[in-house]
Ligand binder design. Sequence first.
Ligand SMILES: [Zn+2]
Ligand SMILES: [Zn+2]
Length: 145
Amino acid sequence: MVQTTGQCLCGAVTISGEVGSNIQACHCRQCQRWTGGSPYFCVPISDPVVTGGETLAAYHHSTWGERTFCATCGTTVYWTTKGDAPHSAAAGLFEDQTGWRVTEEIFVDYRAAWLLPFKGATQSTEAQEIAKFDAWMAKQGKSVE
Ligand SMILES: [Zn+2]
Ligand SMILES: [Zn+2]
């Protein structure tokens, strides 16, 4: 984990914190559309400080998920559970990505047909992720509707 700062395309939004080098790739259809690419790549971040004020916007496609982006330039910033601080942030926000690698792929049943799996990355399906997420939400005292 390295203390670092990332930013959106226009620079209005910044996110600082201890950032890890293990990238998670989410292949779900929501992330594919949200990022305009495929998949959504993110890195873990702890004690995040996010700036951007009113340029920071959130879209709720589900009742529990929050997709935060810059309303000025459209940059994907982070996904988190509704109302919570982010635990990860979009990998592309950060300048120095030395030593980073994709270690985990999720929702692999939705991986684009033209994209190969990353070597050495764990593979998890939608059903496996939903089960993990439900258990995690229950632990937080929240429910998935
Ligand atoms: Zn921006
Ligand atoms: Zn996703």
